[in-house]
Design a protein around this ligand. Structure first.
Ligand SMILES: [Zn+2]
Length: 220
């Protein structure tokens, strides 16, 4: 099968329809001129498959393309295996102090990397609830039972810092959208939900560590 390779990826002349394949390795996320080890096609399933060896990590990955069926020059579907690796970027402090949140957030990221966006959205929502509730139960241990059972919106309203409150509210609204059939904010997706939750947990970590430092200074 004839193909050419440039900065946009591989162009394969497959049944006279050019097919642009990925040039990003899903294992190490590096682009570049990966070595093509094999190209094979199956007419019975209307698919073709390219096996690469990454020019950076030297590991193998494959891309699978639906056969274009000769309809115009529209881009065929493209799948890459293995699935993209998730990059864990949660501060160690949160992993130790909020283990349930940490596990849920990693689970949501994993679902997202598999392109299971509905599942990812619901688990991101659950991770938000775990983070907010546990934050307040740590801060007000005597109110643990109340915080555990009250509505999430009520727990969010306990925050006084406006940016934290807005981030928690926005995350909760988009999390609700991810859990219901009718979306109130259809222009926003799991991408924004993750962005808001991520900024929220970074800000909470910032304040918590800052308060620890303040306590240390005040008592020294
Ligand atoms: Zn690689």
């Amino acid at each position: 099968m004839a193909y050419t390779y440039d900065e946009d990826g591989v162009m394969i002349n497959y049944d006279k329809t050019p097919l642009v394949a990925t040039n990003i390795c899903p294992i190490c996320n590096q682009g570049g001129k990966h070595s093509i080890e094999n190209i094979s096609s199956s007419e019975s399933s209307n698919q073709c498959c390219i096996t690469y060896k990454c020019c950076s990590c030297r590991k193998f990955f494959i891309t699978v393309h639906d056969y274009p069926l000769g309809i115009g020059n529209s881009m065929p579907d493209l799948k890459t295996y293995p699935y993209k690796q998730i990059k864990i970027d949660i501060p160690e402090y949160l992993k130790n102090d909020y283990p349930e949140f940490y596990d849920l957030y990693i689970e949501a990221m994993t679902a997202e990397s598999y392109n299971l966006l509905n599942a990812a959205g619901m688990v991101y929502r659950k991770s938000l609830e775990s983070l907010v509730k546990n934050y307040w139960m740590k801060k007000l241990p005597e109110e643990t039972e109340t915080i555990k059972t009250e509505l999430l919106s009520k727990t969010i309203n306990r925050f006084e810092e406006p940016l934290i409150k807005s981030l928690a509210k926005a995350s909760s609204w988009l999390g609700n959208d991810a859990s219901h059939i009718v979306k109130r904010h259809p222009d926003y997706s799991v991408v924004e939900l993750k962005k808001f939750i991520r900024t929220l947990f970074l800000l909470l970590a910032y304040y918590s560590v800052g308060e620890d430092a303040q306590h240390f200074v005040d008592n020294s």
